[in-house]
Design a protein around this ligand. Structure first.
Ligand SMILES: Cc1cc2nc3c(=O)[nH]c(=O)nc-3n(C[C@H](O)[C@H](O)[C@H](O)COP(=O)(O)O)c2cc1C
Length: 194
């Protein structure tokens, strides 16, 4: 099977991580994959803060919320927390609509990481005020998302959609993520009711 497609099929959000450091050079490579993502009008409004310093990791963790549908069961426990974060910022002077650029950049990073066995969680539920103070982010930059990273220490699998999009955790701690069937979202040439 084609490499990128295989990675896309296998990728899942992971929220528990081994406590093994990710080399800074690799984190920089992730930002490089973000740098080369599609960008509306090629404005490239995004900037990135890589956080991998231990005391700071603990502080960033306190600004994030995890797995809303199963809270607090999805919170990474101590000893399984992310070993790095990439905070995605949008320079508001360049673009007020950078969220889509940020999303494309994040997906590039997620797939680049997964290819090397590094998992991630895309996080939008952030105490942005607190994080801004913590990382001394200037007012001209909007905090869009945080990408939490680490080598996986939990399993997550897709499930057939059976009426609910809510993911769940089983007794073994495996996360089950329902995905809609292709037939329910794909139309060919013209719209038709199913
Ligand atoms: C825009 C966006 C915001 C998200 N925010 C959070 C978040 O704040 N906390 C969290 O634990 N997961 C967050 N996620 C991860 C989703 O919960 C996850 O992608 C979804 O459950 C599907 O699982 P999958 O990525 O394994 O397919 C976010 C994902 C996206 C795309």
């Amino acid at each position: 099977m084609d490499k990128v497609y295989r990675i896309i099929l296998k990728r899942r959000t992971i929220r528990q991580f081994q406590q093994k450091k990710i080399p800074f050079a690799f984190l920089k490579k992730l930002v490089n994959s973000a740098r080369l993502a599609p960008s509306g009008a090629n404005l490239q409004p995004c900037a990135y803060i890589v956080v991998d310093d231990s005391p700071l990791l603990d502080k960033v963790f306190t600004t994030l919320k995890w797995a809303g549908y199963i809270a607090p069961a999805g919170n990474p426990p101590e000893g399984k927390r992310p070993v790095a974060y990439i905070v995605v910022l949008v320079n508001q002077e360049i673009s007020k609509y950078g969220e889509k650029d940020a999303a494309a950049a994040i997906e590039n990073m997620i797939l680049t990481a997964w290819e090397k066995g590094i998992a991630s969680c895309w996080i939008g539920s952030i105490d942005r005020k607190k994080l801004r103070l913590l990382l001394k982010i200037p007012p001209g930059y909007k905090i869009d998302f945080v990408l939490a990273l680490g080598y996986p220490d939990e399993r997550s699998v897709t499930e057939k959609f059976k009426g609910s999009i809510k993911y769940w955790k089983d007794k073994q701690g495996v996360l089950h993520v329902p995905k809609k069937r292709i037939e329910s979202i794909l139309r060919h040439n013209i719209w038709s009711e199913k």
